[in-house]
Design a protein around this ligand. Sequence first.
Ligand SMILES: [Zn+2]
Length: 213
Amino acid sequence: MNPVLQIVASALAAIKRSAAPASRPKPDPGPWSPALLKQLEWRRFEELCAACLEIEGYAVRVARTGADGVVDIHMCEAGSDQPSTLVQCKAWDAYRVGVEPVRRLRAAMAASRIGKGMLVSSGRFTPEAADYAGKQSIRLVDGSAFLARLAALPPDKSLALLKFATQGDYLTPTCPACSVKMVSRKSTRQGRKFWGCRNYPQCKQTLPALMTP
Ligand SMILES: [Zn+2]
C-alpha cells in the first residue's frame, strides 16, 4: 500500500461531495462542541486535524508509519517544503491523555529528524504529559484549544469541516490495520464489550469499547 495517503485531498473532495443530499436522514450533529469532538472516531479526527492545518495555511503531508495505524502529519510553514513540525492526533478515549503518546511522538520526531512536535487531542492531557511536552519542543493542543482553532477559521471553511467531519458514519472506529469500520463485539468469558475487525480471524485488531461515545 502506498504509505503516503492524501487524506486532505480526500477530505476536501468529500466536502464537495457532501453538498449532495444524504441518502438517509440522520440526527443533526449540531455545531462544533466538545461533545461532538469527542464523538468523532479516531480516523475521522485525524483527517479533521490535517484538513484544519491545511486551511490554516500549512502544507501538510500525511504518512502512515506502521501497522498500528498511527499517522504522522508532516507540517511545513507556508512557503517551505521542509517539514518543521511533526503532528500526531489522539482521539479521546475516556481518560486524559498521559505521557506515553507524547513519548512516542518524541521518538517519531527523532526518527524523522523533525525538531518540533504537536500532539492534538479531542480530550485533555495529564499534568505529567504537559510537563514532558514542555521540555521537548512539543506543543499540546487539547480539545478546547482545537475548538478555538476551528472557531478562528473563516465561517464557510469551519462549516465545510463540520460537514466533512460528520458525514456518514463518524462514530464507529476504523480498524487501524485494514481501514474498514469495526464491529461491536462481546467477549465470551467476561461479557466485556469491545470493537473487533470485520476481517476477523484474518485480522485480530481490537479497540476498547471506551473509545465509543
Ligand atoms: Zn482489521
